[in-house]
Design a protein. Sequence first.
Length: 460
Amino acid sequence: MKLPAIPPYKTKVVEPVYFRSKAERMQKIKEVNYNLFNLHSDWVIVDLMTDSGTSAMSEQQWAEIMLGDESYAGSESYFKLKRAVQDILGFEYLAPTHQGRAAENILFSATVKEGDVVPGNAHFDTTKGHIEFRKAQAIDCTIAAAYDTTEYHPFKGNIDLEKLERIIQQYGAERIPFINITVTCNTVGGQPVSLQNIQDTCAIAKRNGIPVYMDIARYAENAYFIKTREEDYKDWSIRDITKAMFKDVEVVWMSAKKDGLVNIGGFVALNNPDLYEKLGQFTIIYEGFLTYGGMSGRAMGALAVGLYEGVEFYYLDDRVKQVQYLGEQLKKHGIPIQEPIGGHALYIDAKRMLPHIPQSQFPAQLLGVEAYIEGGVRGVEVGTLLADRDPITGKDRMAEIELLRLAIPRRVYSKAHMDYVAATMGRVAAKSQDLKTGFKIKKQAKMLRHFTVELEMYDS
């Protein structure tokens, strides 16, 4: 008899969950203007809003919390992190920040100017926000298959190489400070990028004298998919695949709150001493001194350990299979999802689930609200609300796909939690035809509106 698979860890500390009635949740979501970000966490039963900063840390990471060197300059915790980055990622210079968007801020402050264009694969929301804040343009070059949730492609995060070539010819290399590759590609469903596509993109960039930068928030999960889906690398270790991913990349930045397995932190890593010196000026202005940036010593120590734990195959195998399990349970309820299932989250296709709700009424947000009401499950919209407005015309950008993301925190929830989420979404699916209207906007910020938007029912 084959033994069943179990997680490669066991529980040492538990956190309470507070249960509210459906009527209480219905009243609460109305009070917060149907914005799931505005809910207090103790009103949520299973929180799948994000996998960012929500991981459970290991005993070794907690040990580093006690060992943290909080020296203002020259902290040993910084050098622990620097050695880990050099060993695992292969980069010489390190600029620590408090999280990924801070890394984008210092990096783009040094490299992006008004009138620039930054092609890449479906830029993350803060990435696009930082680019557009500098009056530059982010251009999506993701392959078309990424926007068809019914089509199977093992690497839907891939860059469309022909489109990339056309963009370079159209705008000229001098207007492109870098090509951005995001691994895995969150915006189109946590979809991986193949090593072949990374190499081909880097080759195009090199021919045109353009550097490649990489957003590596979920790089270890991407390496796992290369190993399991790209035949040439099935016998490679995760560490070797990781090094190959970064071989021709000039700069990486990371929200370490994902594959770094920590609750706060990020960094920029690179091999160019001149660019590092330029970054240092912005690190000191926006984050802190060069050897702590936006992080405490204890946080840097925990991240150094987390980087090693995050590339362990058995951990990654368990992590990805938990996400896949939830995906299979959702499909049993007839719920349409982005396939193949990605690395950190399930993405429910709101256009297919609620075809009668127009995009202008934010159907993916409606699904998220209903999931909260039915079972206290909190997800997040990745659709027209997140796509925001065109910075030139001010008009809403209609997202190519309307998705509700259910992001799974690492080493936190059990199989029973996944079954609960699937049952909750099954209830939402059963009443989908009874949902007649979506939302309209009462109040929105000038940029990145989805975080603070206030909504009301469309018919109110």
